[in-house]
Design a protein around this ligand. Structure first.
Ligand code: ATP
Length: 270
């Protein structure tokens, strides 16, 4: 079997006296989409922070293509992991294009002197970065608004812009933290299609979401975190059929859960 693109091995994270993650493992095979679900405070974002070098796990390891992750977020991005945030983190007074160019600069070769003197090599690099940023904006469906200030975009478009900026770093792995939060059903469906297209580019994806219908119809594998521990992992069919998930995570009357799962099985989209 090939080396997984991303592997977390027994990751634990302790804040003061609080154990936010206990021995959480996750394997992401190349070209797959993995979902991470769980109630509020389960440790999902903390886990993402461990996968991106923002936190150093108290114990355990994260491997990217078999290599232990470098210890800081910029180096992790350069190594090939990009992410979006639960609370959108764009530069509101910069244009849409400029926001994507910021992501692109991770991959630019010019040293500080080239940028100081604005020589031909700098200008060529900038032009190539702009071309790539425009391509990515077209890819996420924002090709027509590159000169808008990002703060003027509707909410769903801001989320797509964050994704374009993440893609500008040429990641092998994309981590999406609640990509559909606050979206209407049409935007949610567009987000699902966009994530499939990202996967089709060969980028492997991990998605945190509260919307279980979205996760079960998007992901190849799903992991359920509860109180910092991995409760269940498996295919969407296995996870949604597991009574522990219904009880511990969904926390709704069984009839209501049944109806939701029935809708998923019948291929309804949210
Ligand atoms: N930097 C930190 N310092 C102290 N405690 C933290 C820190 N970050 C997270 N925690 C705690 O770790 C636990 C897990 O939080 P986390 O945000 O990872 O959960 P989550 O599953 O992402 O929740 P939500 O779905 O609400 O976003 C919580 O009890 C939280 O208060």
């Amino acid at each position: 079997m090939s080396t997984p693109v991303l592997q977390a091995r027994d990751v634990s994270m302790v804040f003061g006296g609080l154990s936010a993650l206990r021995n959480v493992s996750l394997t992401l095979e190349e070209g797959k989409i993995v979902g991470l679900i769980g109630p509020n405070g389960a440790g999902k974002t903390t886990f993402f922070n461990c996968l991106t070098g923002l936190y150093t796990p108290t114990t355990g390891q994260v491997l990217l293509k078999g290599n232990v992750l470098p210890g800081d977020p910029a180096a992790v991005t350069a190594a090939g992991i990009a992410r979006t945030f639960q609370n959108i983190r764009l530069f509101p007074s910069m244009t849409v294009l400029e926001n994507v160019l910021l992501g692109r600069h991770v991959r630019m070769k010019q040293g500080p002197l080239a940028s100081l003197f604005h020589g031909p090599s700098f200008r060529r690099g900038e032009a190539a970065a702009r071309d790539r940023a425009r391509e990515l904006l077209a890819f996420v469906g924002l090709g027509k608004v590159e000169d808008e200030l990002s703060r003027n975009l509707p909410y769903g478009d801001q989320r797509r812009l964050e994704i374009a900026r993440a893609l500008a770093t040429d990641p092998a792995v994309l981590l999406l933290d609640e990509p559909t939060a606050g979206m209407n059903p049409q935007e949610t469906e567009a987000a699902r299609q966009l994530i499939f297209r990202i996967r089709d580019l060969g980028i492997s994806v991990v998605v945190i979401e509260h919307d279980t219908k979205f996760i079960f119809t998007l992901c190849d594998q799903v992991s359920v975190l509860v109180q910092g521990e991995l409760l269940v992992e498996g295919t969407p069919d296995v996870v949604r059929g597991d009574p522990r998930v219904v009880e511990a995570y969904l926390g709704k009357p069984p009839e209501e859960v049944e109806a939701e799962l029935q809708a998923v099985q019948e291929g309804e989209t949210p």
